[in-house]
Design a protein around this ligand. Structure first.
Ligand SMILES: Cc1cc2nc3c(=O)[nH]c(=O)nc-3n(C[C@H](O)[C@H](O)[C@H](O)COP(=O)(O)OP(=O)(O)OC[C@H]3O[C@@H](n4cnc5c(N)ncnc54)[C@H](O)[C@@H]3O)c2cc1C
Length: 380
């Protein structure tokens, strides 16, 4: 019976980063059910991977802020950018915020491939279960049994099953009595209730908005879609929306009452948005389109609702469309310095399987890489 030093479950962003930083003196096996490594990384950011952000703060993450701070302190955004720079990956900054690969996400995948070639891979192998006896883990896959002294669970979340996603990480955690929060879709479009079906009629249109949700304010583009609402603003809002109302300012950069004041134009012509959208917005706030000059004070109250249109979404587009899964192994179960389970020695959890979820904008890869790095340094 061959007993390995480490088996890493999952050849995605975190699993590969962890393997990259473990010495070749150790026997390391990386297992994945896909026929290729890093499938999510490959398609991310439209094939150019939004790897991190110029500003990475604890409050860009949903989850235990102490854990996030502790992990980012030891492998920060600058450490990630340096790591890629040392490996000749040229990044570009888009919209003054987002780090993307200049050519393609293959640049990062090639770095990880190169850094892990000292280790063994078993691909096309589905992980089924994990158990432990006398300090040795037994990993059961669809076709074999593997044995190791340490296990790193890097199996990610449940979004995009076609890219290999599963909740095996949570199944494994639960089998060791480790507390988890079930996965729910996040960074995902939202469906709307009957009162907001007008939004679906605008499918294809987008506009810059300011959204208030829970205690967060998001300034980004939203997109009207045939299933509901989407685009960066809504994806970010979905991370913080659990249920109840959110509020959208459709005109964050102007004061509509000032624009309309004394004008002989129709209200719909004064609203600086596409005509189709302006007309639907007026209907939504129950205001008949008319000359601005003729607006009563009641009408003005309705018009000002365009700055704070409050409504309750119905739900979300689900795991098939969600960029990430919120939930995972709860922070209390983990040693913040190593990401090792407090109760099961030699069992580590990294990446999206941990109950930390980043906002849109490169934060989830940052978490995957940072958590992987500190775990790799902890494996003795
Ligand atoms: C379409 C899309 C675009 C995205 N774009 C971005 C972006 O631009 N920037 C950003 O920061 N984040 C982005 N994300 C999120 C990001 O991809 C994830 O947060 C990140 O990949 C998580 O890394 P991970 O290593 O934890 O999991 P993953 O990268 O998902 O890796 C998990 C691996 O485990 C394997 N696995 C799962 N279950 C089993 C099993 N039972 N047996 C064997 N293997 C298994 C999977 O096949 C997979 O290879 C995007 C996500 C999606 C879906």
């Amino acid at each position: 019976m061959k007993i390995l030093d480490v088996i890493i479950l999952g050849a995605g962003a975190s699993g590969l980063m962890c393997a990259s930083n473990i010495s070749k003196k150790k026997s390391v096996l990386i297992i994945d059910k896909n026929e290729k490594i890093a499938k999510k990384l490959k398609v991310s950011g439209g094939g150019k991977c939004n790897i991190t952000n110029v500003s990475v703060e604890t409050n860009n993450f949903d989850g235990d802020s102490e854990l996030v701070t502790s992990v980012l302190k030891r492998f920060s955004k600058d450490d990630l950018v340096d790591f890629l720079d040392r490996n000749r990956v040229t990044l570009e900054i888009r919209k003054g915020r987002y780090y993307f690969c200049q050519q393609s996400s293959d640049e990062i995948i090639d770095v990880l491939k190169n850094a892990t070639k000292k280790h063994e891979f078993t691909l096309n192998e589905e992980i089924i279960a994990l158990s432990k006896e006398d300090d040795i883990f037994t990993l059961k896959t669809k076709t074999s049994l593997f044995y190791a002294k340490n296990i790193v669970v890097a199996t990610g979340g449940k979004s995009f099953v076609n890219l290999g996603a599963s909740d095996i990480g949570l199944t494994i955690a639960k089998s060791f009595d480790i507390e988890v929060k079930e996965f729910t879709p996040a960074l995902v479009g939202l469906t709307v209730q009957k009162e907001q079906f007008w939004m679906k009629e605008l499918s294809g249109l987008s506009c810059y908005v300011k959204i208030k949700v829970a205690d967060r304010v998001i300034n980004e583009e939203m997109l009207f879609a045939h299933k509901g609402i989407s685009g960066p603003a809504i994806l970010s809002a979905s991370l913080y929306w659990k249920k109840g109302n959110m509020s959208i300012n459709f005109l964050p950069n102007v004061n509509i009452l000032e624009l309309a004041e004394g004008s002989k134009k129709l209200v719909s012509s004064v609203i600086p948005l596409p005509k189709r959208l302006s007309k639907e917005l007026l209907k939504a706030v129950d205001l008949i389109d008319k000359e601005c000059k003729k607006l009563s004070s009641e009408d003005k109250k309705k018009l000002s609702q365009l700055h704070s249109y409050s409504f309750a979404p119905a739900g979300n587009f689900g795991f098939t469309k969600a960029e990430v899964s919120r939930g995972g192994v709860v922070s209390n179960e983990l040693d913040f310095n190593t990401l090792e389970s407090k109760n099961v020695k030699g069992l580590y959890f990294i990446g999206e399987v941990v109950d930390i979820t980043g906002e849109l904008g490169g934060y989830n890869f940052q978490w995957a890489f940072s958590s992987a790095y500190i775990c790799s340094k902890a494996i003795k």
